[in-house]
Design a protein around this ligand. Structure first.
Ligand code: SAM
Length: 325
């Protein structure tokens, strides 16, 4: 069985946000001063179990836990174990800022986690502090080194490039892929934080520009073949162990290949990151047969997945922190 939307796209990838809370306050993710808590009604492990079983019945096979910061959620290992034990789910990953990774890695690996993406937007401690509004890059780097030691390959690093803030870091970030099997992915800044529109436009940097900066330093990049449904186009600096990738969601939207559905931590399915439409599916978790109800909810969500999202700056009800990246 496959979950196919109205435009013929097969939906295989789930992003589950397990909390809207985060211990970082990245400038691109949410406005200053935004504090969140896990309100009553936040997804539980039981909800995740039912949701994944329903999704797997429809052929969805990859799940990534995100947030907020997924590692602030105490029950994350139980959720990972549930995902790893769901027949049909063959890829279980997390996206994290890495701050709690050393403290929690044993329980995460024990639960079956094999893949981690870290957000790392700068190498320079001052730039990193500015971007994360107070974060310590050394702590994240320590987590990345631990993931390499634990051989959680491929270890991917996500960097959102913001003009005048961390665009001066792209060469140093790309260089991380040379001597270690690290896969650095440069993500175009999307207007998902309700930043003032003119500031956003000023700060936007196209992936082509980032790539040109990297090629200026390291010479022409070599293309690495990738799965066309992956949002990243991947390249290698000559002789490097790892790769550099570009996720050009704004300048080269990849909606026609999108295979994703998102579950927010307050139990809404968001068929498209860049369209505000959400389906409240709290009822399905409380139904007498939650799995059957969730299959129905997922089919309805697939039927509502828009052909395209909009990257134009606009005031959004929910910023990235609450959606789950
Ligand atoms: N707290 C975790 C972390 O830091 O990785 C997971 C949540 S975070 C929202 C997930 C991803 O969304 C990060 O890799 C981040 O780079 C990306 N992201 C957040 N806001 C973004 C924006 N405005 N444009 C592009 N990517 C964004």
């Amino acid at each position: 069985m496959e979950l196919v939307d109205n435009y013929g796209r097969v939906l295989r990838d789930l992003r589950i946000s397990v909390t809207p809370r985060c211990n970082y306050h990245c400038v691109y993710c949410h406005p200053l001063g935004m504090e969140m808590s896990d309100p009553p009604g936040t997804v539980t492990t039981r909800d995740v179990v039912h949701f994944l079983r329903a999704a797997a019945r429809l052929g969805m096979s990859a799940v990534r836990f995100t947030g907020g910061e997924p590692l602030v959620r105490r029950e994350l290992p139980e959720m990972i174990a549930a995902a790893a034990a769901t027949p049909g789910v063959d890829d279980v990953a997390i996206t994290t800022n890495g701050t709690l990774f050393r403290r929690r890695h044993k329980e995460l690996l024990g639960a079956g986690l094999r893949r981690v993406n870290f957000s790392l937007d700068a190498v320079d401690p001052e730039v990193f502090r500015r971007l994360t509004r107070g974060g310590e890059v050394a702590q994240v780097w320590d987590a990345i080194e631990l993931a390499l030691e634990l051989e959680l390959h491929p270890v991917k690093l996500n960097a959102v490039v913001i003009g005048g803030v961390n665009d001066g870091e792209v060469v140093r970030l790309a260089e991380l892929s040379v001597d270690r099997p690290l896969h650095v992915r440069f993500i175009e800044y999307m207007h998902l934080n309700n930043a003032p529109f003119d500031e956003y436009r000023r700060q936007f940097v196209a992936g082509a520009e980032t790539r040109a900066r990297i090629e200026e330093r390291f010479g022409p990049l070599e293309e690495v073949p990738t799965d066309p449904s992956s949002p990243a186009r991947v390249w290698r600096i000559a002789g490097a162990q790892g790769t550099v990738g570009f996720i050009n969601s704004v300048s080269e939207p990849f909606c026609s290949n999108c295979s994703r559905l998102r579950l927010t931590s307050d139990k809404k399915i968001r068929p498209c990151l860049l369209t505000e439409l959400e389906l409240d599916i709290a009822w399905a978790f409380d139904a007498p047969d939650p799995e059957a109800a969730l299959v129905e909810a997922l089919l309805a969500a697939a039927g509502k997945k828009p052909e395209k999202g909009s990257t134009l700056p606009t005031l959004r009800e929910r910023v990235m922190l609450g959606i789950g990246g």
